[in-house]
Every structure is written in C-alpha cells, then in structure tokens.
Design a protein around this ligand. Sequence first.
Ligand code: GLC
Length: 715
Amino acid sequence: MRVYEINDHIKKYSFGEVFQTDTVVIKGKEIKEQPLEFLKKTLNNQFLYILDDEDIVYGLGENVRGINKRGWIYESFCTDEFSHLPNKKSLYGAHNFLIVYGKETFGIFLDYPGRAIFDVDYSKRNELKITTEDDNLDIYIIKGKNLNNIVQNFRNLIGESYVPPKWAFGYQQCRWSYKNEEEVEEVLDNFKANNIPIDCIYLDIDYMEDFKDFTVNKKNFPNFKSFIEKMKKKGVRLIPIIDAGVKIEEGYDVYEEGIKNKYFCVDENNNPFVAAVWPGVVHFPDFLNKDARLWFGKKYKYLIDQGIEGFWNDMNEPAIFYSKKGLEKAFKKIEEAKGKNLGIYDFFDIKDTFPRLANSMEDYRSFYHNVDGTLVRHDKVHNLYGYNMTRAASEGFDYIDDNKRFLLFSRASMIGMHRYGGIWTGDNTSSFEHLELNMKMMPSLNMCGFMYIGADTAGFGDNTTDDLAIRWSQFSIFTPLFRNHSALGTRRQEPYAFDGKATEIIKNSIEIRYALIPYIYSEFMKATINNDMYFKPMTFEYNDSFVNRIEDQLIVGDSIMIAPIYKQNAKGRYIYLPEEMLLWKAKKYHSEEFEIINKGHSYIDVAIDEIPIFIRKDKILVLEKPAENIDSMKNNEINIVAFLDKESEYKLYDDDGKSKDYKKGKYNEINIKVINKNNDIEVKIDVKGNTSINKINVTAITLDGKRILKEVILN
Ligand code: GLC
C-alpha cells in the first residue's frame, strides 16, 4: 500500500497497479506508509467499517432505495436496467462515493473502474463492506468540518461539474417516436396553442437513418438544417440522441473509418467485437483509446454544423441486446433441446436463454480496449465506457468551440464524467414509486458531482396517469434537467395530451418553473462553482434528532425546502420543520398565498394544483415573470419574497448563459439584503458586474405574519 496526502482533508491509499481513470484532479504527494483510517482491510479486496446503530450512510449517486443507503447491497456496474425496482443492485451509473454520518463522519471514495460491491448493513448487521473484483484500486478518505464540507472537499478532488447553457433550464419535451418533421412541428404547435413554455424538443433514434449515429433520415427530415433553423425561430432547440454502437454497414463512413483506424473494441482474436443494439449488429467505439475518442468526438460536428447545440448520449453502459457469440450459443442450446423430454427446470433454463443474452457478464468479459497499446479486458474498466463516450463528445465540442456551452447528458456514467456532462436517470416507469425514487436520487447525485440531472418526468415505460404527470411535473420544476420523456407505444404524456384541467395544472407548473429560473439558475451556478450541493437532505442544513429521519423533504438551493407529493390520490402530507418556515402553495406563478408553518410536525393540505414551497427563515426566494422560453425572459424586473426574522440576504448570480466565461469570474452578482425595522423594512442592494435588472418588487413576510411591500428601482 502507498499513502498520499492530497491536502489537509484527504488521504489516498493506493493498492496494486491502479488503472488511471482520470477521475481525480489533485494528485497529492506520497507520504510515509500509515494505516488506513476508519476502514479495515480484511480480505484482499475487501474493506470493512463497523457502523454505529444511529449512523446514516449517504451517497452512491444514482441507485435504488432511500437517501440513507443502509439495509441493502449495491453494485457499481453501469447497467441497462429498465426496471428500477428495489430488488435491483445497480442502475446506469457507477458512483463510488459514500459518507458515513454519525459517531464518526467521513467520506469514502473508491477510484476503481470495475465492478465494486457496497454491502451497507445488509449481509451482516452494522457492517459496511466494500468489495472489488481485484486488488488494484485507490481508496480516498475524505474529512471535513461537516457534511457539506466533506462534499466540498470531495468535489474539489474530482474537479468542477459540467454546466449547460442557460436555455437547458427550460422545459424539454421528448418521446421515443417523434419520427418526422411534421410530427416534431406538431408537438411544438400544440405547446404554442396551449401557451405552454418550452425550450427543447428531443429527437430519439427515429431521426437517424437505420439508427446510424451521425446520419439523418432524409425521407423523414428532408431539410434538416433549415428545419432546425425554423424550429429555433419558433423558439425551440432540437436535441438529437447519439448511441454508443456503430452499425456494421459497408459504405457507412463512421463504420469504415472505425475499421480502417482500428477504433473499435476487439474480441479475443483481435477482430472488432460484434454485438447487437438498435441498428442490429454494431461495433463499439473504443472510447478508452485516445485517438478513437477524439475521432468520435469530432463526429458530432456533422450535426453541430447543421445548427444542433445539444445531445443526449445513450446505450453507453454499453447496453448489449445480444452478442454474435452469445446468440450462436443460444441457438445451439435450443437446437439441442429439441425433441428432448425436458424436466421443468431445464425448460425454465431454455425459456430464459434469450432474455439472458442481454448485458451478459460473459460478453463484458469477452472484449478489449486498447489503452496506450495495452489490451485491457472490458469488464475490468466497464464503468469508464459511458464516461468516456461523454468525454469524447465534450472534447469534440471543445475542438469546435472551446468557449461555448453545449447541452450534453448521458445515460451511463461514473464519477469523473460529471466534468463533461449531466445525466438523466434512465428508463424509469410511470409509477409514483419512481417519482419517489427520482426525488431521493437527486441529493445523492449532487454529492457525487452530478449537478445537471433529472429523470424522465411522468415516467418512461408503462402508461402514465394524469395525476402522476401532474405530481411528477410539480417535482421536476426543481430539477435542473426538466424533461418529460416516454417510450414508444405508451400513452401520450405531453402536457397537452390530458384533459383540460390536467393540462392547465401542468402548464401552471411549467410557468412556475420559468418564474423560478432566476433562483434555480443562480443556485445551480453557485453550487457548481463552489462545489456545493443544489439538492440537499435536511441533515445538511439542520441538526436535530428528527431531521435525521427525513427522506422526503429536500433543501433546494439555499432558500427553500420542498415537500413533494409522491403518493397517488394524496390530498396532503405530513411534514416536519426544524424551524418555522413560510409556505407558498404555488398554484400559479403570481399566486401569493403564504402561510407561516410552525416548527415541528404538521399535516398540510396540498390540492392537486398546488406545489408546496417552503421559504426558510431569513432567506429570500427570487422570481421573474415567465416567458415562452428562456431566451425570451426579460431579466429586467424580479420579485422577491423574504421570510423575515432579522435580516434576509440573497446573492443573485447571473451570467451570459452561453459561454464558459463564468470560469474566469465573469458573472454578475446582486446582493440583496432585507432588514427588519420593526414595522418597516430596509432593502439594500449591491450590484457586482452589469445587470439588466432595473426593478425589484419586494414582499417581506415577518415572523409575526406582517406583509410589507416595497419597490426598489436600480439605476
Ligand atoms: C433507451 C433510452 C431511452 C430511449 C430509447 C430509444 O431505452 O434510455 O431514453 O428513448 O433507448 O432510443
């Protein structure tokens, strides 16, 4: 074991021959060997920590179950897992960061690209056991003053998170099946006819020619470039999907170039590995090979040149429907079984032969990457695949325009990828359980560095219901990525697809999202720049014995707490407040029904058209009049609501929304202070940089329920 001091808070313990994942951005210096802190290395590839009964374990990013991960066994192995049931162990992401909070409080990060198992108090009471496939790994122990600080220290270690353009905070509509120009335009026209704001419409695999990356189906999209332009003029950007597998087809440039330059993953005979995904048989680009990565990244230019400004990378676990070898074996097995008198277990085995072909470990063990001239078996570095596909895209964008922010998010991911793109949480289903899961995943993902995140609102698989679409939209108005997406063949779930009342409620929710943009964008950017979290469990801000138990109320940004409704037919819910808060039951962006809720346990009524938003004490919520899309928001007059005890303060961040200049400190900040002066308020404004805001309408509600209004003109 080698020990490194990264800084005052972090030590790295290095075992064996470590594969460089490029996840960590601070190297540190080697120091004298010393025992691993907190953890005990038991077997060769196993680390153990004994939890106290009251300890909470946070982290593991995109995963099933609760915010507190105790009581289950999780596997870090990016998996194309469309049923996110509690019996699953892994989803699309591999996020090896945990925080133990309690008797001892510290973070653990496992820098390891293969399969890792986190047994958190599952196999044996109070044991937290981490197991890897081999003994080549780096383990980091991260300390800090408190939970927030541990996250900051960790995020500092892994580098600054990806930031999309500001328009990517608008509402986005997707569905697997918008197949041609007419259909896409019809979707937009429906939004316009119903006056529902929207910023993006997605193109799923149907826009391609035979599901081939970097092609456009000429029959269905005959004038792609001018269509993109026309749609942009009508106010939306089109976001195409890119899949990992490259179709095997003579004459297809991506295939031909990949073959010629040996850019594809190979099998044990050094031939390009053959698997099947949407296009039928494909090869997988070797994103771990630098040249191949750069080549693939530059391919995005074909679509960018036609006016595209954002992409979603999919099927990059990589998902495998079957491999050539696997399929041959399956047929052989069926052939051999023919005519036999099968016992029932043999029959079950035969029956499952085909479903078992998908994403099989045997396949992941049978192809290789070329890493600087050395062949590395895929399963050993599996979690790096989606990460490096998204890195390829991001590096490609930098090659085209290194100061422009593109929209980019991925399905598969590993920590490290958070610097290159966001993620959506993959193929959930239209169920209230998955809305709940969505809510619980968000803070865990923020801990792991993923900031631009969201789930398929209203659910991807299965048929949604109007109340689910409403309640899910009411939650998603807070997620940085707010996209409604559904699978081919399911019930339509665009906001206008429901009856008038449901459409109206979803429209109001989307308008509230746009009204919240100054706050959401400001909080997202500050959190990203400061390595902070945008979504936090309550324990990150409050400390009392009951707060520790809460899993279904989240702090969003610095000023508000949300208590989403995630049960069907619920007309309200229980909440716990560690201090008094100002409840805004938002029905419309300009509705102003505020109510002070006392500290402690309460039940609040929440009608189907209401979104409960709690403004914290001495904090400020910022709103603006919504518009049909982000680019049309005026950004000159804002409304603020302060819940005032002594003094409420807010730093409103804004920038050009397009460039990476914020990294050089080029952004505006308006510091707003509302001071309680008995029966009056004093408002102090301090502007750093240039702001287009010229008027602030202040509503202050004092602890004793007084409402004081003021207009402040900025010159
Ligand atoms: C995968 C994606 C889903 C997409 C579908 C078709 O299942 O996760 O979002 O719609 O493929 O491309």
